[in-house]
Design a protein around this ligand. Structure first.
Ligand code: AKG
Ligand code: FE2
Length: 310
């Protein structure tokens, strides 16, 4: 007798190689913590479902981002990244065909702590942009702290260890909204070339158009779009603080030929003055330090200039 198959479920061989999906509403919290730790060790990326961020808030976040990119260029440029500015905040566009260049426009600004926010980079249009982002910030901060709590316990340390390692209440949260309009050029165009995130962890929402890919076991994997899921990436800073236990995922984003793709990553980033090296409690004779301590500021400076970092 032929077994009836659910058409939506991939064969087991494929499922085994799919980025982990973790249900955060599972009442067995120890199991949830174990799955988060395991996914961060093996993949450096995982999806979370039933994550506690209301789906209507995510819908509104997507709406304000989409509406911003639909504005005339002159209006988008009212929050443009300042020429020659050393900081990264503001609107940037790269929608010109230049060999080797990426195909994207994006908006980038800090969302936490309040003392670091520069509202000049927050669009005034659509009018409810600020209200939605402030609401999303609060929920994203809670979600990141929960995940960092599991990761800290996975290191045998108290729940607050990693968030303290990133700077405690002065840890910075940065919103980026990436817009990748359809790209009709025949060859594969990169929206974002391969990289690891230079930060602690990234919490990502995307629209339904696939494009995010990760590198694991010598091959690229598509990160499937799962409605209502949020994707979490491990970045360089958590890799260093955990002395390499957690893996920073190498990833890139490709552009669709027909459809507009968008993503909304929030970067949980160490305070610039924090020293990013393995947490001292982790270092023993049998687990010697794999990374030299360096301030977050210097780490980023060297990474951006592609200078060696130990
Ligand atoms: O567009 C995406 O899905 C990811 C973008 C990304 O990797 C980034 O902004 O760092
Ligand atoms: Fe990234």
């Amino acid at each position: 007798m032929e077994i009836e198959r659910d058409q939506h479920i991939s064969p087991p061989s494929l499922l085994a190689q799919t980025i982990p999906i973790i249900d955060l509403s599972n009442l067995d919290e120890e199991l949830v913590a174990r799955l988060v730790v395991q996914a961060s060790e093996e993949w450096g990326i995982f999806h979370v479902v039933n994550h506690g961020i209301p789906l209507d808030l995510i819908r509104r976040l997507k709406e304000v981002g989409t509406q911003f990119f639909e504005l005339p260029e002159t209006e988008k440029k009212s929050v443009a990244k300042q020429d020659g500015s050393k900081d990264f905040e503001g609107y940037t566009t790269n929608l010109k065909y230049v060999e080797g260049e990426v195909w994207t426009e994006n908006l980038f600004h800090r969302i936490w702590p309040p003392s670091c926010i520069n509202f000049n980079y927050w669009p005034k249009n659509p009018p409810h942009y600020r209200e939605v982002i402030e609401e999303y910030t609060e929920d994203t901060k809670k979600l990141s702290e929960r995940i960092l709590g599991y990761l800290s316990e996975g290191l045998g340390l108290p729940r607050e260890a990693l968030i303290q390692g990133l700077g405690g209440e002065s840890t910075e949260y940065v919103m980026r909204i990436n817009n990748y309009p359809p790209d009709t050029k025949p060859d594969l165009t990169l929206g974002v070339p391969e990289h690891t995130d230079i930060i602690g962890i990234t919490i990502i929402i995307t629209n339904e158009v696939p494009g995010l890919q990760i590198f694991k076991d010598d091959r690229w994997f598509d990160v499937h779009y799962i409605p209502s899921a949020i994707t979490v990436n491990i970045g360089d800073q958590i890799m260093r603080l955990s002395n390499g236990k957690y893996k920073n995922v190498l990833h890139r984003a490709i552009v669709d030929k027909e459809k507009q793709r968008m993503s909304w990553p929030v970067f949980v980033d160490a305070n610039p003055d924090v020293v990013i090296g393995p947490l001292p409690e982790l270092i023993t004779c049998s687990n010697p330090s794999k990374f030299k301590p360096i301030t977050c500021k210097d780490f980023k400076y060297r990474r951006l200039l592609k200078l060696p970092i130990e």
